[in-house]
Write a protein that binds this ligand. Structure first.
Ligand SMILES: *[C@@H]1O[C@H](CO)[C@@H](O)[C@H](O)[C@H]1NC(C)=O
Ligand SMILES: *[C@@H]1O[C@H](CO)[C@@H](O)[C@H](O)[C@H]1NC(C)=O
Ligand SMILES: CC(=O)N[C@H]1CO[C@H](CO)[C@@H](O)[C@@H]1O
Length: 829
């Protein structure tokens, strides 16, 4: 029951799962097996009923060739028929299948991997029997210059193929027996540290090394091989290079060869680095190239480093340094500094003051003529004379300084300065630099009056305070408004406080105003000295004479027009009035004494005349044509003799009266007076009005005149005192001392009469009086003495009367010469 079940299982499982892969079987077999063959390797678990089918053994991927392997059909063992060589074939892939006659698969396929286990049966082999290498002096110790190669056919990764290199011997062993070192695993041959130090002194040109390679790693056993290494010592050609000068913008074919380096040893690879990064390259032969055009302005100098390296990239020696200098070409134009804001220079700055310092940039090589810049002033054009130059430019430093020509405030100057490279030589480049200069104002001008003397200005006395007397104008040559502000003051004035100044703060005009009433009497003229100053502080010399102005003011006296005592005058005159009849006297009523001159304005008939000085109005001729009852009006004008402008006038109305009947001539008592000669200041008052009411009817002016006798007119003078009295004085210095009877014609209201004024002229005594013998009174008079004096006086009067009468008789004779119409009238003494 059980085998039937197992068979069923064994048969049915592969049938049910024909694709199922049984686990791979792995079998190891030692290489070069020295025992009997066939060698049973492993037993396969075939089904029991193996007889029914046929066991098939095939090689890789169903190939029929199974090589040295076979299956024992009876036992189901896999067996090998001969010894295997791993170096020939290391692995065999086999498949075992149980098939029927008609090639139906009953079991399998079962993969079987047969591995041949390695045996150290191979000897390591050097790639060359003799290695030749060149070694440059100066190679660093430990840097391999030759790599030995060896191979071992045994299984890689096992000790059988694990190779070790070793120097067996060195010949010659001078100057040191171990000049070289060999890396055991890599076979890299290098100088030992000792060899490195002694190589330079070594005279030997060649070293022969016997080298060994051995398998089995570090174990003592193993196979080995031997080779020879010939090392030739070569002089060091790795020498420093001179700097290379390369022109910028060089037009050649690139890459352009610039230098060559050479490492004299074998197995060399060059590496190049440029600091900073530049267009440089090195090829396998050590040729250095520049690969494109250079620009000194971009980079003027490069430092190239070239390394000589072995194939592992290790440096044989220190790198060589190579300086590449890019030679400048004058390919850059000087560049002016950017034009900045205007440079402010105060006016009157001394010559030599630095305005600015130009510094143009030239990108060409510093220190070369290509960047050597010189400066030249283009504008304002430089004068030949130093005095004519406002600016100077130092060619080398570019310093712009002030010249001798003074600048004026407010000027705005654009300086053009040429900056030339190649030190100004021909063929160089140049640029024009601009510098703006602004000359600022300083308060160096004092304000000045346009006129220093003003006037004389005439001012009437009555001009009102506050009146503008004069306008003064001052100017300031400065430009800055703040420097043009002025301050005015009265420096000197005759009368304090009479005048005042008045000005707007920002104007140059100042008004001189009157503050007080003027008075001609107090001051007929004024001198006012006005000064002007700059409000801001003045720089430089102080104010000159123009800072003062003198105003002369003359005070004009103001006179009121003359005033007459009446606004209208009236007089009456009989039409029969003779020429020269006094009508009235015009008088001034001025409180102040002034000289007036009277005149008649429109006396068209010519009837009247007026005394210029006294104002007496007389008839000028007989009033022919005038009718009684008529009036005649003329204008009387009074003019101030000092100020003819000043005048006044008043109408004078003359009323014409009927001619009166001829007056009766009444003898008048003859009063007498004494006047002494030589002439003294005495006179006799003659009264016009008569006590006779017929003659002296009404009031009004009386006019007086001396009688027509020429002697009388020569010796005497008659002046009208007022309307009713006249004053009789001696006209000559000396008049005969005796009794004089002087006829005086009086006219009044068309009546006229004659007075005979008796004047006794005597000799003057010392006191200017008549010498009269009069006794002196002493003490109180007694009754007796009083009677004596009375009698004496009466006696004296008697004698006096006798004297008078004798004189009268004498003078009567003279009266006979007088005209018949001159009738003596009464005279009041
Ligand atoms: C100036 O004169 C005016 C007119 O004559 C007068 O009214 C005024 O009082 C005077 N002023 C002074 C300060 O004398
Ligand atoms: C003189 O002038 C005054 C005022 O103008 C006038 O009234 C008068 O009639 C004039 N007299 C004569 C004679 O023309
Ligand atoms: C009217 C008038 O004034 N008459 C006088 C004229 O002058 C004499 C002398 O001086 C006076 O006595 C009058 O009174």
């Amino acid at each position: 029951m059980v085998p039937a079940w197992l068979w069923l299982l064994c048969v049915s499982v592969p049938q049910a799962l024909p694709e199922a892969q049984p686990a791979e079987l792995s079998v190891e077999i030692p290489e070069n097996y020295g025992g009997n063959f066939p060698l049973y390797l492993t037993k396969l678990l075939l089904p029991r009923e193996g007889a029914e089918g046929q066991i098939m053994l095939s090689g890789d991927s169903g190939k029929a060739a199974q090589g040295p392997f076979a299956m024992d059909p009876d036992s189901g063992f896999l067996l090998v028929t001969r010894a295997l060589d791993r170096e020939e074939q290391a692995e065999y892939q086999l498949q075992v299948t149980l098939e029927t006659q008609d090639r139906r698969v009953l079991w399998g396929p079962q993969p079987v991997l047969v591995r041949v286990k390695d045996e150290n049966d191979q000897v390591p082999q050097f790639s060359q029997a003799i290695y030749r290498a060149q070694l440059s002096r100066g190679t660093r110790p430990g840097i391999p210059f030759l790599f030995l190669e060896a191979s071992d056919q045994d299984e890689p990764g096992t000790a059988n193929s694990d190779l070790r290199f070793r120097i067996l011997s060195q010949a010659p062993a001078q100057p040191s027996p171990d000049m070289f070192q060999l890396e055991p695993r890599q076979g890299a041959l290098a100088l030992s540290p000792k060899g490195s130090t002694s190589l330079d002194h070594a005279l030997e040109k060649t070293y022969q090394l016997l080298v060994q390679v051995k398998d089995m790693g570090d174990q003592a056993s193993g196979h080995q091989a031997i080779a020879t290494v010939e090392v030739s010592i070569i002089e060091n050609t790795w020498v420093p290079l001179e700097p290379i000068h390369l022109a910028e913008n060089l037009k050649v074919l690139y890459p352009h060869h610039i230098a060559q380096v050479h490492w004299s040893g074998d197995d060399v690879h060059y590496r190049l680095e440029s600091q900073p990064l530049g267009p440089f390259d090195v090829d396998a032969e050590g040729n250095l190239y520049v690969t494109r055009e250079l620009d000194t302005e971009a980079q003027a100098e490069y430092v190239l480093q070239v390394w000589a390296q072995n194939s592992r990239g290790e440096d044989y020696a220190a790198p060589l340094e190579l300086h590449v200098l890019v030679m400048d070409e004058n390919d850059n134009v000087p560049v002016c500094p950017p034009r900045g804001p205007a440079v402010s220079i105060p006016e009157l700055s001394p010559p030599g003051t630095e305005v600015t310092r130009l510094s143009a940039e030239d990108a060409d090589a510093p220190g070369s003529p290509n960047s050597h810049i010189v400066y030249q002033l283009l504008s304002p054009e430089s004068e030949d004379e130093v005095e004519g130059r406002a600016f100077q430019v130092d060619p080398t430093s570019g310093s712009v300084t002030l010249g001798a020509l003074p600048l004026q405030a407010g000027q705005n100057i654009l300086l053009l300065v040429l900056a030339m490279d190649l030190a100004g030589a021909e063929g160089g480049f140049s640029s024009t630099c601009e510098v703006e200069v602004e000359v600022t104002d300083i308060n160096d001008h004092a304000p000045e009056f346009t006129t220093s003397q003003i006037g004389p200005i005439s001012l009437p006395e009555d001009v009102e305070p506050g009146t503008l007397v004069a306008m003064l104008t001052a100017t300031d040559a400065d430009l800055e408004p703040a420097f043009r502000l002025m301050d005015f003051a009265i420096e000197r004035e005759d009368t304090e406080g009479t005048f005042d100044l008045d000005w707007e703060p920002d104007s140059g005009h100042v008004g001189l105003r009157l503050c007080k009433n003027l008075s001609y009497e107090a001051a007929p003229s004024h001198k006012v000295v006005v000064v002007v100053r700059s409000v801001a502080e003045l720089v430089g010399p102080g104010p000159g004479p123009g800072a003062t102005a003198t105003v002369t003011v003359l005070v004009e006296r103001v006179m009121p027009p003359p005033k007459l005592d009446q606004e209208r005058y009236e007089a009456s005159v009989p039409i029969s009035a003779p020429a020269g009849s006094l009508l009235l006297t015009i008088q001034s009523s001025d409180p102040i004494s002034r000289c007036l001159r009277f005149s008649l304005v429109n006396d068209s008939e010519g009837w009247l005349c007026i005394e210029k000085v006294s104002g007496e109005v007389h008839t000028a001729q007989s009033l022919q044509g005038a009718q009684p009852g008529d009036t005649y009006t003329v204008l009387v004008e009074a003019q101030d003799t000092d100020e003819p402008r000043l005048s006044t006038s008043a109408p004078l109305v003359i009323h014409f009266l009927k001619a009166p009947p001829a007056p009766a001539l009444t003898p008048a008592p003859v009063p007498s007076r004494y006047l002494c000669t030589p002439r003294q200041d005495h006179g006799v008052i003659v009264s016009g009005p008569s006590k006779d009411s017929d003659l002296a009817s009404g009031h009004g002016p009386y006019s007086f005149a001396l009688g027509p006798n020429p002697t009388v007119q020569r010796d005497w003078r008659l002046q009208t005192l007022n309307g009713s009295h006249a004053y009789l004085t001696l006209a000559l210095h000396w008049v005969e001392p005796r009794e004089h009877i002087i006829p005086v014609v009086v006219s009044h209201n068309a009546q006229m009469w004659q007075l005979l004024v008796r004047v006794i002229v005597c000799r003057c005594n010392v006191e200017g009086q008549c010498m009269r013998k009069v006794g002196r009174m002493k003490g109180m008079p007694t009754k007796l003495s009083a009677v004596g004096i009375l009698v004496g006086t009466l006696l004296a009067i008697g004698i006096f009367l006798i004297l008078i009468f004798t004189h009268r008789t004498l003078s009567r004779k003279k009266d006979l010469d007088q005209p018949a119409d001159s009738v003596p009238l009464k005279a009041t003494v």
